[in-house]
Design a binder for this molecule. Structure first.
Ligand SMILES: [Zn+2]
Length: 162
């Protein structure tokens, strides 16, 4: 632990004068996940649009805030991996290649492999579509026809979705 540093005169992020010393529960967020870090001590910017905190160096506030952020990143990776494994199972059950699945999901050729590897998080519509198709595999043919039609519209080769 260090001694408490001198109070900052202005917010170093936005320059607003007189950040105020408080003890707050601070919310952190990472790709849709949120957590709260209790009892963060430091100087908070008084501009409500600014989230700058100068942490009190005589406390462990900064260390706990960083650790909570790291934990959130790990949690998000685990979630992406779990969703990816679920999508892979659906795709394999439906006997689709990754390229064929990407044609249904959109987002480019490599999108589906990134989803399956947990490197990218799909929008909810993608996971919903594959869950639906897994329950109703007889719709795969129709889904592929609709996706091909949509692709033609997007490419400007057709003007209307059938
Ligand atoms: Zn500020």
């Amino acid at each position: 632990m260090h001694a408490r540093q001198a109070a900052p005169e202005v917010c170093r992020e936005c320059g607003t004068p007189h950040p105020v010393y408080e003890i707050r529960d601070v919310k952190i967020a990472h790709r849709g996940l949120e957590a709260s870090v209790a009892d963060i001590r430091g100087w908070f910017c008084v501009d409500p649009a600014c989230e700058e905190i100068e942490f009190d160096e005589s406390t462990d506030s900064l260390e706990r805030w960083v650790a909570a952020g790291d934990a959130l990143v790990l949690k998000e990776r685990a979630r992406a991996k779990q969703i990816g494994e679920r999508l892979r199972r659906s795709r394999q059950t439906l006997h689709l290649s990754q390229v064929e699945a990407a044609a249904l999901a959109g987002g480019g050729h490599n999108a589906f492999s990134r989803y399956e590897n947990g490197g990218a998080l799909p929008v909810a519509a993608v996971t919903t579509l594959f869950s639906l198709l897994e329950r109703h595999p007889e719709l795969v043919h129709e889904a592929r026809a609709l996706a091909a039609e949509t692709q033609r519209v997007l490419m400007g080769e057709a003007t209307d979705i059938a």
